[in-house]
Design a protein around this ligand. Structure first.
Ligand code: SF4
Length: 732
């Protein structure tokens, strides 16, 4: 028996942080009492039809190629449908849930007995729902009692998060609705390429493009930079690793030409005088000698930005950062320089202008608010704050003293695996670190040194294939929950179909593991109930969800409000419901004195800078068709056919100099190792730079040679730039 549900279901794309609205129309849905086997064969399942409604303001009817084909991934032929356990023969083989969970329970107990609670570590993902991210953090701290939990969001926007927390006392990627950008006269995009990574975003740049005010900072003439260069703005093309110098020079011009908003600075900020001193040495002509951007372009940009500021009668200006400036060993300082510039012009905490970060992963924002980070508890609370520990411990029903303190951040955690004193067992949830982590060959070595590797995934990713136990989990259209978009908009993810075979939600498997490991802490498995607990845990924190629930989000959407913005505290008795906070900082910043902190910063340069034996910059990035490690999108034939393999972009001058022809195989060598790929000659890259997207494994997996040096404040790895030599491949 099957029932047919004709009504389309509103949900959101599973991929990036734009969380485009979409509708899925369910096909035949198995009856609830149907045996699992009758729904277990994903191969050949027809993908659910995807429709892009116009009423979700972020994408307004647009989707990118990833979004249009997102339903295909649910039914890929190699979808994992049963638990897998590695046998004595070294092969992964199908097992029952009981068998798999027994292996894990025994393995965890054994490691804990020998190495203590910190011997078990957890690596989460920025694609998990809020409910799953919250439960994972709670499981790590109350069941495993390990401090060692972090997640792949550390690789995504952690520098912007650290800078936002320091300057504003809060980190909400965009503290204003995305639609606010539409009327802006100038948008300064720093190291972001939304025309390729999130194409529906580009519609919100219409106002800036119309006014010739789209300014893109990128060493590569990306698809977004080409929009700016097309008479609709300015493309600033710095030497890789010198974004900070551009920003210091822009602020120098603002100071030198009296363009700062002195009233705003006096009323709403602290630290201005120190920041003025810090940019004195970066006049445009000097900056040009380091960053390569012509001095006049720097002056023009600063003047355009200042003229668009509302306080000077302009139509609005926004400064937005992306991975290009954040994935750096000076990432927090570079974002701070962008924030200082924004504050100097009085852009932040005003309608019609602002600073924001374009978070990348689907739930990169929510994933960092609910306790997956090594140093945080739900509500974006600090784990070493006694009041925060007491509040969250109260919600969890445990003694605050049992909660561990801060653990290792992602790169340090991965590098410590299997080392003396380091974790011996690892849970990985929704992350493919063998492709997405820097210096990935070293990560492979560390994973091989573990006593127990457990991977929860729905496809056999490169990391899953190394696991001792693989647990098949539900995905996206198979589950209920919430996500938080890059705007801080909390939205509903809805179930449209059932998961194949034995796949189960992480909420269920973590509850089951908690029980088997003897925990008395309650782990609800209904996502709505988990959300209610998450909301209570977040109450009073910076990211306060306590006024939200699945029911309220559903009702708001039915009433035409698709999602509500945090902070959204629960009302006091007799008070109306809080409406949510689309725009933050309008009255005050979340700092003790309510003022934004301006922090002086200076340029240091990349950790792995070019030199005689490695004279070329390597810059990494993304392509339209693939998402993150490519574990999902490489399995979509329509996407894979367009970009099926790694490639390296070389300027023709570089190709000629090193003897690598267009279409030939090229070898790229860094201090970490060697990769090979097909060379593509193009003048979108600088003659001193080679560019590679990072979505593949194998010989062309560029993260095998990227640097795992990290930012000292955010622990963000320096993905974006390192020094390499370029030569013909042996069989090129
Ligand atoms: Fe999905 Fe992002 Fe593409 Fe929108 S832009 S369809 S959220 S991948």
């Amino acid at each position: 028996m099957s029932r047919t549900v004709a009504e389309p279901v509103r949900t959101h794309c599973p991929y990036c942080a734009l969380q485009c609205g979409m509708q899925l129309t369910p096909g035949p849905v198995p009856a609830p009492d149907a045996p699992a086997a009758s729904v277990s064969a994903p191969a050949g399942r027809e993908p659910l039809p995807v429709v892009a409604p116009r009423d979700f303001p972020t994408n307004a009817g647009g989707l990118c190629q990833k979004g249009w084909t997102s339903a295909t991934v649910l039914g890929v032929p190699d979808r994992i449908t049963t638990p897998l356990v590695r046998g004595a023969d070294g092969e992964l083989a199908a097992a029952t849930w009981d068998e798999a969970l027994d292996v894990i329970t025994e393995g965890v107990r054994s490691v804990q007995a020998e190495h203590g609670p910190q011997g078990v570590a957890v690596f989460g993902g920025g694609g998990l729902t809020n409910e799953k991210a919250y439960t994972l953090g709670k499981f790590a701290r109350t069941v495993l009692r390990t401090p060692n939990i972090d997640y792949n969001g550390r690789f995504c926007m952690s520098s912007a998060a650290a800078a936002g927390n320091r300057s504003f006392g809060a980190d909400r990627g965009m503290p204003f609705p995305l639609t606010d950008l539409g009327g802006a006269e100038v948008v300064l995009l720093l190291g972001s390429n939304p025309a390729e990574t999130m194409p529906p975003f580009v519609q919100h740049l219409a106002g800036a493009r119309e006014h010739g005010g789209l300014v893109v900072l990128d060493p590569r003439r990306s698809a977004t930079a080409r929009l700016a260069a097309d008479g609709q703005g300015i493309h600033l093309q710095p030497v890789p690793g010198t974004d900070m110098v551009v920003l210091l020079a822009l602020l120098h011009v603002v100071v030198a030409e009296g363009l700062a908003d002195r009233t705003y600075l006096a009323e709403r900020t602290s630290g201005w005088d120190d920041v003025v001193r810090s940019v004195a040495a970066w006049w445009p002509e000097r900056a040009e000698t380091v960053c390569g951007v012509p001095a006049e372009e720097l002056r023009t940009t600063a003047r355009r930005l200042a003229a668009a500021a509302p306080s000077r009668g302009g139509r609005g200006a926004y400064v937005l950062t992306g991975r290009g400036v954040e994935q750096s060993s000076q990432g927090t300082a570079t974002v701070t320089a962008a924030i200082n510039l924004s504050l100097a012009l009085g852009l932040v905490g005003r309608e019609g202008s602002g600073y924001g970060c374009l978070t990348g992963q689907g739930n990169g924002q929510g994933g960092r608010e609910h306790g997956q980070k090594n140093d945080q508890l739900p509500g974006y609370r600090k784990i070493d704050d006694p009041a925060a520990r007491e509040h969250v411990a109260g919600v969890w029903g445990v003694d605050p003293a049992v909660l561990p303190g801060p653990g290792l951040p992602a790169v340090a955690l991965l590098n410590a695996l299997g080392t003396p004193g380091g974790p011996r067992a690892l849970f990985v949830h929704g992350s493919n670190v063998l492709v997405s982590a820097p210096n990935a060959d070293r990560v492979r070595e560390r994973l091989e040194a573990l006593d127990l590797l457990v991977v929860c995934d729905f496809v056999p990713s490169e990391t899953a294939r190394m696991a001792d136990v693989v647990l098949p989990v539900t995905q996206w259209a198979e589950e209920e929950g919430t996500m938080t978009s890059l705007e801080g908009r909390v939205i509903r993810r809805r179930q449209v179909t059932t998961a194949p075979g034995e796949a189960r939600s992480e909420l269920w498997l973590l509850a089951e593991l908690a029980r088997r490991l003897g925990s008395e802490v309650s782990f609800p498995t209904d996502p709505a109930v988990v959300f209610d607990e998450l909301a209570r845990a977040s109450a009073g924190g910076v990211a306060d969800y306590s006024g939200l629930s699945h029911a309220r989000l559903d009702a708001a959407e039915d009433a035409g409000a698709p999602g509500l913005f945090w902070p959204c505290p629960a009302p006091s008795a007799g008070e109306p419901e809080h409406p949510g906070t689309p725009r933050m900082f309008l009255d005050r910043f979340e700092t003790p004195d309510g003022r934004a902190r301006m922090v002086p910063v200076d340029h240091v340069g990349p950790t792995d800078d070019v030199r005689g034996d490695a004279p070329t910059y390597l810059v990494t990035g993304r392509v339209l068709q693939h998402y993150q490690s490519g574990a999902q999108t490489r399995r979509v034939p329509e996407l894979d056919r367009i970009v099926p393999e790694p490639y390296a972009e070389l300027h023709p001058q570089l190709g000629l100099r090193v003897g690598v022809a267009d279409g030939a195989r090229v070898r790229i060598t860094s201090a970490r190792g060697v990769v090979e790929a097909t060379a593509r000659w193009t003048d979108v890259v600088r003659p001193d730079t080679v560019f590679m997207p990072f979505h593949w494994s194998g010989a062309g997996s560029v993260n095998r040679i990227t640097s795992d040096a990290v930012d000292p404040i955010s622990s963000m790895p320096e993905f974006k730039v390192c020094a390499v030599s370029v030569s013909p491949a042996a069989h090129g």
